[in-house]
Write a protein that binds this ligand. Structure first.
Ligand code: NOJ
Length: 555
């Protein structure tokens, strides 16, 4: 398997919010092409483009109506081909987002199923109910409180949708479905696509018989479709029959386990290059619920990151490392400080992540320190279906509108989806049109690319440096991970080691100064990178300042 991805960094683009070249208010593929020099300037090797396929946009493109075309609101196939070619000229490969657990209900396969065609009924999970008005089992959908089943009166059957009811689940146990999906991959490989991200891939194999989960209230069904019975076999089959192992692949693994991820990304198994897991992004979930607020727990964060770093390393497996994506509120507002120590904490978080063992992902705007929104004063300012459905659920459960709005200010996926902040001009330089599809974050005049692009002290410059270091030093791309000061609840620190070289990374996650012992008496310390200008070059500092982050060679 091609292991160049150990040195690579991936830049994630949510095209809808990246750059609108037509004035429609919606970002487009030509907008990505227009900004390729900016992206190349970061030094990244791949762009992961979230879905731009024809879609009713109920879930912003994660409801795909045609896997092999471009939605006209994002451009044309010719635009995409130009983007692939122009990115290629800059040494950047495109990774596409394959949403294979479900389609849109407007996909032709589902439409034919609704017409009663047996072949296509078997593409999905249609079942008779348990009785009048009773779904086939007790599984909940994962978007908002409620069943995972939708009744179709004229068929007198129910269909399974782990997500919105407009996102019916595909039946992966049907070999014809898997063959269709292989053809999608072959189609895009033929266009010169260099990699794929697979949406909620570990939910595709469901337990035989789709059993009730009565004894597990609140989680209904999850254990029957997470890392399911045939999942490894199905992934291996997909890879073998398409030659996917020559590309870079990453699986999004929801609520997964370390044991399964060790298998998914171990090169010997010929499954995937790497995996996304999400446990470390739940450090601020109270009672494990996204909708219950809590300041983040450093203990939980460190324990989780460390367990996964060590566990994947032991198994020869590979993490995709990340803080941000289009589903996560902005990390600087969660695990950093988007006020007084905005720049320091954004850089600290950058270092803490980018020097880990694994392939780092940077989500658009993260490299500028983009923050959560504060200027969405009414629920009507939000767009995301998950946000709107859970806002209603909170109100139904007794929250006041102000309380429910505060939850969304911290937890809505729209925090990540606000338009990219290019400059201090109209619509932050995102669109020349009247109305961006989602309101621009009010802080665009201070946080934007134009202000950072030529500033050697900017967050953007810091990201560039980190991306370059991974390319330069094998100890960063391939060294071992070893925790340091694991018992401490204010700093996150680790060693990376390879062939006699040792790098020490220490990150202060709080706004207070703290003492940190130098790990080896008698050793010499040589500074590689720090987020304060005057960090000593040749000795380990005894104290770290607020959100200070340092990387030293230990010699
Ligand atoms: C994960 C995607 O990242 C998210 O945006 C989407 O809503 C679900 N999968 C369903 O496709």
């Amino acid at each position: 398997m091609n292991a160049n991805f150990h040195k690579s960094t991936v830049y994630q683009i949510y095209p809808k919010s990246f750059r609108d070249t037509t004035g429609s208010g919606v970002g487009d593929l030509n907008g990505v092409t227009e900004k390729l020099d900016y992206i190349a300037g970061l030094g990244v090797d791949y762009i992961w483009l979230t879905p731009f396929f024809p879609s009713p946009q109920v879930d912003n493109g994660y409801d795909v109506a045609d896997y092999c075309d471009v939605d006209p609101r994002f451009g044309t196939m010719a635009d995409l081909e130009r983007l692939i070619a122009e990115a290629g000229r800059r040494g950047i490969g495109l990774m596409l987002d394959m949403v294979f657990n479900h389609t849109s209900d407007e996909h032709i396969w589902f439409q034919k199923a609704l017409q009663g065609e047996q072949k296509y009924l078997d593409y999905y999970l249609f079942r008779p109910g348990k009785g009048p008005g009773l779904p086939p089992n007790d599984w909940d959908n994962t978007v908002a409180p409620g069943s995972a089943w939708e009744y179709v009166p004229h068929l007198d059957l129910w269909y399974l949708h782990l997500y919105d009811k407009k996102q019916p689940d595909l039946n992966w146990d049907n070999p014809a479905v898997r063959e269709e999906l292989k053809n999608v991959i072959r189609f895009w490989m033929g266009k010169g696509i260099r990699g794929f991200r697979f949406d909620v891939l570990n939910q595709t194999s469901k337990a035989e018989g789709l059993p009730d989960d009565g004894e597990n209230p609140g989680k209904n069904g999850k254990r029957f479709y997470t890392d399911g019975p045939h999942i490894h076999e199905y992934i291996q089959d997909l890879v073998r029959d398409t030659g996917l192992d020559k590309l870079v692949t990453v699986g999004e693994m929801a609520s997964t386990s370390l044991a399964h991820c060790q298998r998914y990304s171990n090169p010997k198994n010929k499954e995937l290059s790497m995996v996304f897991s999400f446990h470390h992004m739940k450090a601020d979930y109270r009672e494990n619920s996204k909708w219950k607020l809590m300041p983040f727990s450093m203990r939980y964060l460190k324990d989780t990151l460390t367990e996964w770093q060590l566990g994947m390393q032991e198994a020869g497996a590979w993490n995709a490392v990340f803080w941000c994506n289009h589903d996560q509120p902005r990390v600087v507002s969660r695990y950093g400080d988007d006020g007084k120590y905005w720049a320091e904490s954004a850089k600290m978080l950058a270092m803490a992540k980018q020097l880990l063992r694994g392939t780092p992902y940077i989500y658009q705007g993260e490299e500028l320190g983009m923050t959560n929104v504060k200027n969405y004063d009414d629920i009507s300012d939000f767009n995301d279906t998950e946000t709107l459905q859970n806002y209603d659920a909170l109100i139904r459960a007794g929250s006041t509108p102000a309380e429910a709005l505060e939850v969304m200010h911290q937890r809505s996926r729209d925090n990540a989806r606000t338009p990219m902040q290019w400059n201090g001009g109209r619509n932050a330089g995102f669109s020349d049109g009247e109305h961006p599809w989602l309101k621009v974050n009010a802080n665009y005049e201070t946080i934007n690319a134009a202000r950072q692009v030529d500033d050697p002290d900017s967050i953007l410059a810091f990201y560039r440096a980190l991306v370059a270091l991974r390319k330069e030093y094998d100890v960063i791309s391939d060294g071992s991970f070893e925790p340091y000061l694991h018992e401490r609840e204010d700093v996150f620190a680790y060693f990376r080691r390879l062939g006699g070289k040792t790098l020490l990374v220490v990150c202060n996650f709080y706004g207070a100064e703290t003492e940190v012992p130098a790990p080896e008496a008698g050793a010499e310390y040589r500074l590689l990178l720090a987020n304060y200008a005057d960090t000593p070059a040749d000795r380990f500092p005894a104290r770290l300042r607020p959100y200070e982050a340092v990387a030293y060679w230990v010699e």
